[in-house]
Write a protein that binds this ligand. Structure first.
Ligand SMILES: NC(=O)C1=CN([C@@H]2O[C@H](COP(=O)(O)OP(=O)(O)OC[C@H]3O[C@@H](n4cnc5c(N)ncnc54)[C@H](OP(=O)(O)O)[C@@H]3O)[C@@H](O)[C@H]2O)C=CC1
Ligand SMILES: O=C1O[C@H](COP(=O)(O)O)[C@@H](O)[C@H](O)[C@H]1O
Length: 522
């Protein structure tokens, strides 16, 4: 379909994604998806809605698939269905066809109650799965079992043990058993390594999918294409031209009901060590040899390992870290009164290699701020020999808006339209909503769950990569845990501590005065 003169791609192209690795042949046959922790927040807000969207697009066929919820809560099938029903279709995108599909989808869901460490519950689960497989005429061993751990990491080892003992695909006739684990995977290097070893004893790496949902976001997935399929970025993407890079996550709400969990982890473990670091890898990595999943993941390890080597010599400098905690955070009864847990952090990471030496990567994440957005902001150096005297108007910046209002825009200087010869800062703007009007951008979880079914691990975190990520942050996290770095108070709905903006300026970021990018409306 043509829209405003542009050629608009059809959503169905997702099915024919030809760059996700030649080996990922779509499989057919009986598929059981087991959501462990089905009574929880993630399951209702993300996992089940993602499964629903895969269902309505025909990626989960009712004659092949069955979905099991498992948790300790003593609820019925219908109770679980009632809990998740309201989260399946989003107000704005809901159409009558989607609404019609809801009951059909809910009928695919069965709930099994049991503990996370007892044989009884998992034997019952296995029995239910097997009955469904028999019903679907699946040949024993050829069925597919996907276990999604929407659970606190503390129970991963016992759950994995139970799956391994009681719930595996019975023999290998082309079927498989895969497990998906959520972040945060551990609390520091030692605990993550222990967890990795415990799970590694039970499952091989190709069976383990460590999910980081930022890797499933459309514009994060676009980073490699952008960098390596466009000639004009290649010569610019280095220390000679780029002054600083910011990777930013902002939320305009607080911990809301998750205070107990959050206080154990804090913003660095919740967002920076995983989501933002993964984005940094894709911004900074060298070109992979090919798009085979293992090649892409190898380059990321190479980069993180370099950062890690650097950190062991010159760890993250406390002078380049600002922590904050929003006022009112400790009002949550599940949060200790004197908690120092940061709900905000800005820090500078430095990658000492040929490409990036001297370029600060500023990582910024915060809750209860004045806006909700995630973006990558690449700021270029000043133009040498500024004949237009426009330096004070601002630098060239390339911004990748991950959410909301996905976009890429380039802040650049133009002649002010009119008779006068003066300059003004403007932009080249690729706003997705305007450019791809008929395309609904898939939710990150939708895409990543589909990858787990297809057996494509490209967008998942490998064990050595995870280790390298923890190596970077563990020394700093330990200092924070010991109270050696204090969180500064900031007002809810503000930009965070003023010191964070000062750090940004010190790192070299130059704010353009008076320029604001406004997402175009249709
Ligand atoms: N919620 C979110 O937005 C996101 C969450 N995650 C991650 O996903 C995972 C699940 O998150 P979320 O759903 O929010 O977590 P919840 O706290 O909602 O826990 C999920 C389920 O686990 C069971 N559970 C909770 N605490 C314990 C415990 N201490 N021991 C054993 N079982 C427990 C409960 O089920 P029952 O009591 O019925 O057994 C609960 O319904 C976590 O690893 C989290 O970090 C990742 C990204 C976003
Ligand atoms: O992993 C997490 O992510 C969410 C933010 O996800 P987004 O896709 O809405 O950006 C965050 O709220 C939560 O604290 C964290 O655990």
């Amino acid at each position: 379909m043509e829209s405003g003169g542009w050629h608009v791609e059809k959503r169905a192209s997702l099915r024919n994604d030809s760059f996700s690795g030649e080996d990922n042949v779509p499989e057919t046959g009986c598929l059981s998806i087991i959501v462990l922790g089905a009574s929880g927040d993630l399951a209702k807000k993300k996992t089940f809605p993602a499964l629903f969207h895969l269902f309505i697009q025909g990626f989960l066929l009712s004659n092949e698939v069955h979905i099991f919820g498992y948790a300790r809560s003593k609820i019925s099938d219908d109770d679980l269905r009632d809990r998740i029903r309201g989260y399946l279709v989003k107000g704005k995108t809901a159409d009558s066809k989607q609404l019609e599909e809801v009951p059909k989808f809910l009928q695919l869901i069965k709930y099994v109650s049991g503990s996370y460490d007892s044989a009884e519950g998992f034997q019952k689960l296995d029995k239910e799965i097997s009955e469904h497989e028999v019903l679907k005429n699946s040949i024993e061993g050829s069925s597919r079992r996907l276990f999604y751990l929407a659970l606190p990491p503390s129970v991963y080892p016992s759950v994995c043990k139970m799956i391994k003992h009681y719930c595996m695909n019975k023999s290998d006739l082309g079927g498989w058993t895969r497990i998906v684990v959520e972040k945060p995977f551990g609390k520091d290097l030692a605990s993550a390594e222990t967890l990795s070893s415990q799970i590694g004893e039970l499952f091989d790496e190709p069976q383990i999918y460590r999910i980081d949902h930022y890797l499933g976001k459309e514009l994060v997935q676009n980073l490699l294409v952008l960098r390596f399929a466009n000639r004009f970025f290649m010569p610019l993407w280095n220390r000679d031209n780029i002054d600083n890079v910011q990777i930013v996550f902002r939320e305009d709400f607080g911990t809301e009901g998750r205070g107990g969990y959050f206080d154990q982890y804090g913003i660095i473990r919740d967002i920076i060590q995983n989501h933002l670091l993964q984005v940094l890898c894709l911004v900074a990595m060298e070109r992979p040899i090919s798009l085979k999943p293992e090649h892409v993941r190898d380059e990321k390890v190479k980069l993180v390992t370099l950062v890690q080597v650097l950190q062991s010599v010159l760890p993250i400098n406390d002078e380049e870290v600002v922590l904050g905690q929003y006022e009112g955070y400790t009002d949550d009864p599940t949060v200790p009164d004197h908690s120092n847990t940061p709900t905000f952090a800005t820090m500078v990471l430095r990658i000492h290699n040929e490409r990036w030496e001297g370029v600060p990567f500023i990582m910024k994440a915060g809750k209860a701020l004045n806006s909700r957005k995630a973006e990558i902001r690449v700021q270029f150096k000043d133009v040498p020999g500024d004949i237009f005297k426009c330096k004070k108007q601002g630098r060239n910046e390339f911004v990748i808006r991950l959410q909301p209002s996905e976009a890429m825009y380039m802040k650049l200087m133009v002649k002010t339209p009119g008779l006068e010869m003066s300059t003004v800062q403007s932009e080249l703007d690729l706003s997705y909503r305007q450019r791809y009007q008929d395309i609904i951008i898939p939710e990150a979880y939708e895409r990543l769950i589909l990858d787990t079914i297809k057996g494509d691990q490209q967008h998942f975190v490998r064990r050595d990569e995870l280790k390298a990520a923890w190596e970077i942050f563990t020394p700093l996290l330990h200092r924070i845990d010991k109270g050696e770095l204090k969180s500064l108070p900031y007002k809810k709905g503000s930009r965070g501590p003023v010191k964070a903006d000062e750090l940004l300026e010190k790192a070299g970021y130059v704010q353009s005065d008076g320029y604001i990018w406004i997402p175009p409306t249709l």
